[in-house]
Design a protein. Structure first.
Ligand code: COA
Ligand code: AMP
Length: 639
């Protein structure tokens, strides 16, 4: 039996034994009673009874083991021209001091702290400082607008918010503070205070009595020690898009998370402690949590915090420069980033400027990876390029090519095989497993392995309803696809209103809620249409109220701005079209899937349930006006 097969089979036959052994890699203050607690199934818990501290396992334990002088964090900012390094000892000291500062502001174990920051070391320090004192952090991505931040403030009810004066995008300085102020104004919950990091690129005005500067907050603070927390206590909450405007607060625990992430570093990514690992993502996304901060530090690696883009900062060689300069062994990014590089440097000429001799593998996730992009990267970089699939909910890969166990042949377009711990099945609507090659809903048989979400923040019922009721005994991933004859998993699409724009997960339902609030709009629909660079882009269809006489172009301009103001620039909502009616079924359901296919120029079968087939022609005409609905070249067209 192959090593992968043996390890995988064991992980499913004896999950408690398998993860119990993996847990030996973590320092526990008190050992757990039982690896898997299924007494409240389907709410499973891992390592109940155990106590640990995640920050201790990320920093102090490595210092005790002699890694104090090794680099823990390299901050490489192409947008400010800064490189700053932190050894494990230096990072621990900064974290302990900031943990003391949080304490001085009244933050205690179990309190929530929202972190709304750009890619600066203080964001990582704030996360680890929360973990150190048992506070629960919730990092909010900087590209979200004030209203999205306000929704998260109202759900997490933070005692404190840590933010910065500004973020830096290549084309502009983004003032964070006005967004923060507006969010607190909108939110019903008011935090007790805010700690603001002043950046020289744009200083913020502070509100007396509420805001305090980072430097002042840490001045004279006693460093705080690690506080033991229960393995099942939350480490963080991360909000992710669901099908409505109310994001889901994914809860991550301490014990299962530490065990699982530590295990992945060797078994999936095949990196050793002491090596440099780089995830080019943002701390606001789950990839940033798991593979900029926690995974590499739990494993004793050097991690890189990169503030910049794959292209334009200054060019499409930026990633290769970072790999060469810092000796990166393994890198993780989104396919979009590679597509952007390929677009600017199609022959990969900039790669030859750098010494990539230490570089061993590139991992891609966050969106479907088209085979062309995967092949291009493999040919140009001459290292294995591994597509792997996971979600905010799981916190670590569900399917992958586990390089540390046994590299399997790569099939471009497939994210390879289930990772040990995940019993991945493909089911039809009647909960029956489908034959190899047949598409169905991708689910994971319960229990999920450690580190996956135990529930949603303060919303057990929403957790059950969103993930567990569709197929009894299984977790619903929300993705559709198939397994082939070799057991490889192919993730093809979502089954809900979630779209993936440049690897960022967004809800078309949330955008529709915003557009519907425009006074001239009677109804609307948003679908994700194929985009060469970003994978998918949102596209809006708007039906105006009877009697509206304004220029439709002005209304479209309004709604584009409305989505930017309410959801944020990250939504990349730039195109909408006004139509007379939306295609619907006789029972009134909007045929979003059909509209998407028309926009993508794919073959469309008119559904028998359609109320008025003429609506489809109208949609096609409107789409052609905004540059969509062009027949695909492969279908014999002139394009
Ligand atoms: N704060 C404020 N605004 C932000 C932001 C942040 N942290 N991140 C992005 N934005 C803004 C951008 O400035 C842009 O605004 P614009 O409409 O005014 O131009 C908008 O949000 C969309 O950003 P982005 O999706 O990054 O697109 P882009 O056109 O600026 O860049 C790429 C294109 C391909 C370079 C970029 O999408 C990219 O780096 N993708 C990789 C994605 C990735 O790593 N995902 C992580 C998941 S693993
Ligand atoms: P997020 O929660 O933001 O990480 O987004 C998770 C979703 O992104 C998944 O449910 C998939 O729809 C999509 N996704 C992530 N990785 C992949 C991949 N390798 N292949 C296909 N889709 C992916």
């Amino acid at each position: 039996m192959s090593p992968y097969r043996r390890i995988y089979d064991r992980s499913l036959k004896d999950p408690s034994g398998f993860w119990g052994e993996a847990a030996a890699e973590i320092d526990w203050g008190r050992k757990w009673n039982k690896a898997l607690d299924d007494s409240r199934a389907p709410f499973y818990r891992w390592f109940a009874g155990g106590q640990l501290n995640t920050c201790h396992n990320c920093l102090d334990r490595h210092i005790a083991a002699g890694r104090g002088v090794q680099l823990a964090l390299i901050y490489d900012s192409t947008v400010t021209g800064t490189i700053q390094t932190f050894t494990y000892s230096e990072l621990r000291d900064r974290v302990a001091r900031f943990a003391g500062a949080l304490r001085r502001q009244g933050v205690e174990k179990g309190d929530r702290v929202i972190i709304y920051m750009p890619m600066v070391p203080e964001a990582v320090i704030a996360m680890l400082a929360c973990a150190r004192i048992g506070a629960i952090h919730s990092v909010v991505f900087g590209g979200f607008a004030a209203k999205e931040l306000a929704t998260r403030i109202d759900d997490a009810k933070p005692k404190l918010i840590v933010s910065a004066s500004c973020g830096i995008e290549p084309n502009r300085v983004v003032q964070y503070k006005p967004l923060l102020d507006a969010a607190i104004e909108i939110a019903a919950h008011k935090p007790r205070g805010c700690i603001i990091l002043q950046r020289p690129q744009g200083r913020a005005n502070l509100i007396a009595g509420r805001d305090i500067e980072w430097d002042e907050a840490v001045a004279g603070c006693e460093p705080a020690d690690c506080v033991p927390v229960a393995a099942t206590d939350p480490l963080y909450i991360i909000y992710t898009s669901g099908t409505t405007g109310q994001p889901k607060g994914i809860v991550r625990d301490n014990g299962g998370h530490a065990v699982a992430l530590k295990w992945t570093m060797k078994n999936i990514y095949n990196v050793e402690p002491g090596e440099v690992y780089w995830a080019a993502s943002d701390v606001g996304w789950v990839v940033g949590h798991s593979y900029i901060v926690y995974g590499p530090l739990l494993h004793g690696c050097t991690t890189i915090l990169y503030e910049g883009k794959p292209v334009g900062t200054p060019d499409a060689g930026a990633f290769w420069r970072v790999i060469a300069q810092h000796g990166v062994r393994v890198m993780f990014t989104a396919p979009t980033a590679i597509r952007a590089i390929k677009r600017d440097d199609p022959n990969g000429e900039l790669i030859h400027k750098y010494d990539l001799s230490k570089f061993r593998a590139l991992f891609l996730a966050g969106e479907r990876c088209d085979p062309d992009t995967l092949r291009w990267a493999g040919t140009k970089l001459k290292v294995p390029v591994i597509d792997h699939w996971w979600q905010t909910e799981t916190g670590w890969p569900v399917t992958a090519n586990c390089l540390g166990i046994e590299p399997l042949p790569v099939k471009p377009g497939s994210s390879t095989v289930p990772v040990p711990g995940y019993d991945v099945r493909v089911l039809d609507d009647n909960s029956r497993e489908v034959a190899p090659g047949k598409t169905g809903c991708i689910v994971v048989k319960l229990p999920m392995p450690p580190g996956c979400l135990p529930t949603l923040w303060n919303a057990d019922e929403r957790y059950r309803h969103s993930y567990l009721v569709a197929f009894d005994g299984y977790y619903l991933t929300g993705d559709a696809g198939f397994k082939d004859e070799d057991g490889y998993v192919w993730i093809m699409s979502r089954i809900d209103d979630v779209i993936n724009v440049a690897g960022h997960r967004l809800s078309t339902g949330a955008m529709e809620e915003v557009i519907a609030s425009h006074p001239d709009v009677a109804e609307c629909a948003v679908v994700g249409v194929a985009d060469e660079l970003k994978g998918e882009l949102p596209l809006g269809f708007v039906v105006l109220k009877a009697g509206v006489a304004r220029d439709p172009q002005m209304i479209v301009k309004d709604i584009v701005q409305l989505v930017r103001d309410n959801i944020g620039p990250v939504a990349s909502f730039k195109t909408a079209t006004v139509v007379q009616r939306l295609p619907k079924t006789r029972s009134g359901k909007i045929l979003r899937g059909v509209m998407k296919r028309i926009a993508d120029g794919a073959e469309v079968k008119v559904p028998p349930t359609i109320e008025d087939a003429g609506a489809l022609d109208e949609i096609g005409a409107a789409l052609r006006e905004v540059g969509y609905a062009k027949p695909r070249a492969s279908e014999g067209s002139e394009t």
